[in-house]
Design a protein around this ligand. Structure first.
Ligand code: EPU
Length: 420
């Protein structure tokens, strides 16, 4: 196993380019199997999660060719319809293949995704939406088995106890594109990654209206074609670099990003007293010597993203005063708190709230990564801490950050990947 060794306390300064969005890439790769011919995707990040998705596609019988962030997918050889446990258990995002498989082939057998360190991850909304389109669903030996002769358009309310669901919207929207007649999805997710998926599907020939709002209308078509498409930049990648640099009181320009997708973060940073400048495709920030505590509530887009909660928490550990972070998307997503406290943070938990009391300094320590964004937060903590931080189990980071230590080193971080 590998770990990171970080020598903290250095000010970061420079320019970083955002990678392609993991959470747009995964459902778009999955949707490409609905095309009659080959699809070419650009700006696909080189990540473990993308690799896992490609392993599943190859297992099903598709041909894939991935180099220089460009991915070619030829789905014509798909002959299997099972997503096995060994892949689904390492990446819950693979569930977004369910809708496309059912739409194109009328059958799918999917290992039931198990528990997850960020809290319970039910899939009731995915199944409810697909059932409404006519899919018959059974549970056989830990596998969800879906079958349908012809999908039929329907009116579907897709809201759950925690609001909308990103991948349930992706699944139902994909399936509806090849269904007979009209589908209305109410309480659809509005995330930029869903809008990107809708744009991709429209290029393939789908008829989708209202993407980016809570009501999406899909008129089914008979066939979709393979296309060439470039996916959007990763807003969470962008936000993570911005926070990494601010924590070290440094300066950064993040290029190749969409600032409009990060309004919630920029708004909170401005409230904390940070000066931000942005153009159409870049964001520049300059760290302050001191910043104010602010309260954060994570919410579905356009609210503050849960995927930046852990990284923002590190920033707030060094703020002046007390911040309250309320997690409304995954109320148990606080596994990083204990490890951040090992670095000298002062954070207490009260249900789905974290109370962060600002401290003057963090100190290097041995910590353990637990999930993707929690791992990023520990790296940020290590960059700000005095002394050396060892972070083990960094394979979590490789799931979702492309060239993480390379990009951080480029702006002056002292971070090394070493064998345990
Ligand atoms: N939920 C249900 N029932 C469902 C589905 C979801 O109750 O059938 C609940 C979840 O338990 C959660 C809330 O709805 O409380 C929102 O979950 P959502 O379904 O939107 O999450 P997801 O689609 O499984 C995607 C991202 C996550 C990101 C969330 C929220 C991908 C591959 N994953 O997951 O990304 O946190 O949306 O924005 O797109 C990450 O990148 O680190 C990550 C975890």
């Amino acid at each position: 196993m590998e770990k990171f060794l970080i020598e903290g306390g250095y000010r970061l300064d420079g320019v970083v380019k955002s990678s392609g969005a993991k959470n747009a890439a995964l459902p778009i790769i999955a949707a490409s199997i609905m095309g009659e011919d080959r699809t070419i995707l650009h700006n696909i990040p080189v990540l473990k999660d993308v690799d896992t998705m490609l392993k599943i596609l190859t297992f099903l019988g598709a041909k894939v060719n991935f180099s220089n962030n460009t991915l070619e997918i030829d789905p014509s050889g798909i002959k299997k319809f099972t997503a096995p446990y060994e892949y689904v258990s390492t990446m819950r995002g693979s569930i977004c293949l369910l809708g496309p498989l059912l739409a194109k082939y009328g059958k799918a057998r999917f290992s039931m995704p198990g528990g997850c360190v960020i809290g319970p991850r039910p899939i009731d909304l995915h199944l409810k939406g697909l059932k409404k389109l006519g899919v018959e669903i059974t549970n056989e030996e830990g596998y969800i088995v879906g079958k349908v002769r012809k999908l039929k358009g329907s009116k579907i309310f897709l809201g759950g106890n925690f609001g909308s669901s990103v991948l349930a919207t992706a699944n139902v929207m994909c399936a509806a594109t090849l269904a007979e007649g009209e589908t209305i999805i109410e309480f659809a997710a509005c995330e930029p990654e869903i809008v990107d998926l809708a744009r991709f599907l429209k290029k393939m020939g789908a008829k989708i209206y209202g993407e980016g709002s809570h009501i999406v209308r899909v008129i089914g078509v008979k066939k979709l074609k393979g296309v060439e498409y470039t996916i959007i930049p990763d807003r969470i990648d962008t936000g993570t670099y911005i926070l990494a640099v601010l924590i070290t009181k440094g300066k950064i320009k993040v290029e190749n990003c969409i600032p409009f997708h990060l309004m919630a973060l920029m708004d909170k940073l401005e409230e904390a007293g940070i000066y931000i400048r942005h153009g159409e495709d870049y964001i520049e920030v300059e760290g302050a010597d001191k910043w104010k505590a602010v309260d954060i509530v994570t919410l579905p887009y356009p609210g503050f993203p849960t995927d930046l909660q852990a990284q923002m928490m590190v920033f707030l550990t060094l703020a002046d005063g007390i911040s309250v972070i309320t997690e409304k998307v995954f109320p148990e997503r606080f596994i990083h708190v204990g490890e951040l406290n090992r670095l000298g943070a002062n954070i207490t938990l009260d249900g789905s709230k974290a109370i962060v009391k600002g401290v003057k300094n963090l100190f290097g320590a041995r910590v353990m990564a637990s999930d993707l964004r929690a791992s990023a937060a520990l790296v940020l903590g290590g960059l700000a801490a005095e002394g050396e931080t060892h972070i083990s189990r960094i394979y979590h980071l490789d799931r979702g950050y492309e060239k993480f230590e390379e990009k951080l080193s480029k702006v002056g971080a002292r971070i090394k990947r070493v064998k345990e």
